[in-house]
Design a protein around this ligand. Sequence first.
Ligand code: SF4
Length: 284
Amino acid sequence: MELTLSIGCPIRCDYCPQDLLLSKYKGTRFFTIDSFKRAFETGQVPATVNCTFMGTSDPYLCKDATKIMKWALMERGHMGSVSTVLTYCSYEDIDALAEMKDRLTDTIIHCPAADDRMPGLKVTPEYVEKFKYAVRVLRQNQDFVLQVYNTDPHPAIHQIWAESGVHIPRFGLHDRAGHLPNLQGPYVRHATRPFPIQICGKLWNGHAFPNGDVGRCCNEWAMENIWGNLYETTYYDMYHSQKFRDYVKSLEGPNTDPRCRHCMDSFHQCNPEDRSKGYNCEGH
Ligand code: SF4
């Protein structure tokens, strides 16, 4: 389950429709350790659900991020993954990620870019020191990667990366399921997929927000497909709700326009071979 621990991100990457989210979202803007526990316990989120601490903002903008991660992963027994730009992390938060390494399937540092697409991320000498520390401490975590989006890492960290030998995948850029139609660049993927639309594995991941709402997936920026609220409905009931069934039915077309129709970020659990084709295959 994708988790947005706080609403609004001052990094303001040009590939995140933050203004859209801010215009649609209603309710409390941060999870606290208490509200997060209440949401997961009231919603009876199964421990088999993977907690993806990424969502629509850096997880460490939430001051209880490490407490929440430790509770979910080490006490409640979920597996998880984390992506952070490090800016809002303390050294203690980084140490905690190393401590949780057996519970994390992915640990990702979203690196500052060489160009200006992450305007709020300031690469200061203090940042570079923290980056060095994080690479040293977290390199034992499984699937630890330094990630950029179709660009080079910032020159100030390039050398650290080069000497580290840590994998640096260039993630594909897409228009967030049609929410950023004006996003430009040679590798940006836009799509209008033909009906019937193959069901995407991410449809079963969900995306939880601090107000308790659970939306469609990691591309839920407009709060448009909300299956229920963890403070009121169980996770099981959300995925057996009429809203969820109607959405799945809408993928058949032809007189519907589900968000998945405009998405190049899908992966298809039904056909694992398709997972690596997420950004490349036109029409799937
Ligand atoms: S196809 Fe895109 S919008 Fe639809 S569930 Fe998958 S990631 Fe989300």
